[in-house]
Design a protein around this ligand. Structure first.
Ligand SMILES: Cc1cc2nc3c(=O)[nH]c(=O)nc-3n(C[C@H](O)[C@H](O)[C@H](O)COP(=O)(O)O)c2cc1C
Length: 366
């Protein structure tokens, strides 16, 4: 099957994407003291030159003392970090690409490093890093207000620097997702409660503040996942009705696109239908939807972290779903980390030139 469906243009809220290929956000930890280097800019530029329709940056921290848990993860505040991001977007634009930063607050996922600590205490809804693991106090009202404002300021800065869109990282068990998850959010105030829409309030407030900061026309994406790094088996929403109650408030608050993180895109979300997460998100909310998870590769990314080598895999099942209209855009992670020319090779049918993914690629900015 030719991959034509992947190379159809898409109008994303006035943003003219040349095709459906999105580079998934991937932390590279190559930005010392939170400042992206020229090598980082060149790495993104190569993906723009390689026909990626929309690049989403690695997660980058808004201005909270412990938004980042690694000093080599780029910050998205402060003159030096923002100047470096300006160089990144200018390089990407010079190559004809489009790009959004992914705003990422790690919340209760603390640093693995013993030689470094963030400038302040870790933020979290309830001082719980995973069910049963209490490590401190939850955020105060003032902390929450400041965090919401920090996301909105970072989004406004992304627009000012010339980025084309912005993504909020609401997935994988980090701060925003810690609010979604009852296992880490036991607050009894406006930001917590037994119902998912109550626990979605933090994300919705960030989206409202972000929308107010960037105006009506700037595309805002939010990345969400059922699974958590703390527990791959969690399902925040176990029925379509629950999923609608979770996602609809996010769309109403200002999200234009839902980026639905799965480890394997082909897995159905609920029994009785083969629709995946992105398929349900689009059906239930009408928002633009982005799928992700082992596109073009045999093994998933968590196995990849563990050292499993993934081989190139057929795109037929992905294309079947894309052509059926299940989702609008397709995010590709490791295949693009490994090979900046991945999209070109797919477009031109050069499948014999596709590369294996080997975790050694994670150590360099090729
Ligand atoms: C090295 C690496 C770093 C990642 N960092 C992030 C990140 O900063 N933010 C995020 O939302 N997901 C992150 N992810 C997850 C990817 O965006 C993507 O969802 C995952 O790799 C599955 O896509 P793939 O199978 O095409 O690689 C990362 C994945 C990898 C391999």
């Amino acid at each position: 099957m030719a991959a034509d469906a992947l190379f159809q243009p898409f109008d994303f809220k006035g943003l003219k994407l040349p095709n459906r290929v999105v580079m998934a956000p991937m932390t590279r930890s190559q930005s010392p003291a939170g400042v992206a280097t020229p090598e980082v800019a060149a790495y993104y530029r190569r993906r723009a030159e390689g026909q990626v329709g929309l690049i989403i940056s690695e997660g980058t921290g808004p201005e909270r003392p412990a938004a980042r848990n690694d000093p080599n993860v780029p910050a998205f505040h402060g003159e030096e970090s923002l100047d470096a991001w300006k160089d990144v977007i200018d390089e990407v634009h010079a190559a004809g690409g489009l790009m959004a930063p992914q705003l990422w607050h790690v919340g209760a996922i603390r640093s693995h490093r013993e030689d470094w600590a963030p400038a302040g205490p870790y933020d979290s809804p309830s001082g719980i890093s995973r069910p049963g693991h209490k490590f401190g106090e939850g955020m105060s009202d003032a902390d929450i207000a400041d965090a919401i404002d920090a996301f909105a300021r970072a989004a406004a800065d992304s627009q000012r620097l010339g980025f084309d869109a912005v993504e909020l990282h609401g997935a994988h068990g980090y701060l925003i997702d810690q609010f979604f998850w009852e296992g880490t959010n036991v607050r009894a105030d406006l930001f917590g409660g037994p119902e998912l829409p109550q626990r979605a309030c933090f994300a919705a407030e960030i989206l409202k503040a972000t929308r107010a900061a960037v105006g009506p026309d700037f595309p805002i994406m939010i990345r969400v996942s059922q699974w958590k790094q703390q527990d791959f088996n969690v399902k925040l929403a176990d029925t379509p009705k629950a999923m609608e109650a979770w996602l609809m408030p996010l769309v109403e608050a200002g999200a234009d696109a839902i980026h639905c993180s799965q480890r394997r895109f082909w897995e159905p979300e609920f029994e009785g239908s083969d629709l995946n997460f992105a398929g349900w998100a689009k059906k239930l909310t009408g928002a633009v939807s982005i799928t992700v998870g082992s596109v073009g590769l045999t093994g998933d990314f968590i196995a990849g972290y563990g050292g499993e080598v993934s081989k190139p895999a057929s795109l037929d099942e992905l294309l079947r779903r894309l052509e059926r209209g299940d989702f609008d855009l397709v995010a590709v992670g490791r295949a693009l980390l490994q090979d900046a020319q991945w999209a070109v090779k797919i477009h031109e049918g050069r499948t014999s030139e596709l590369m294996d993914f080997d975790r050694s690629a994670m150590a360099t900015l090729n």
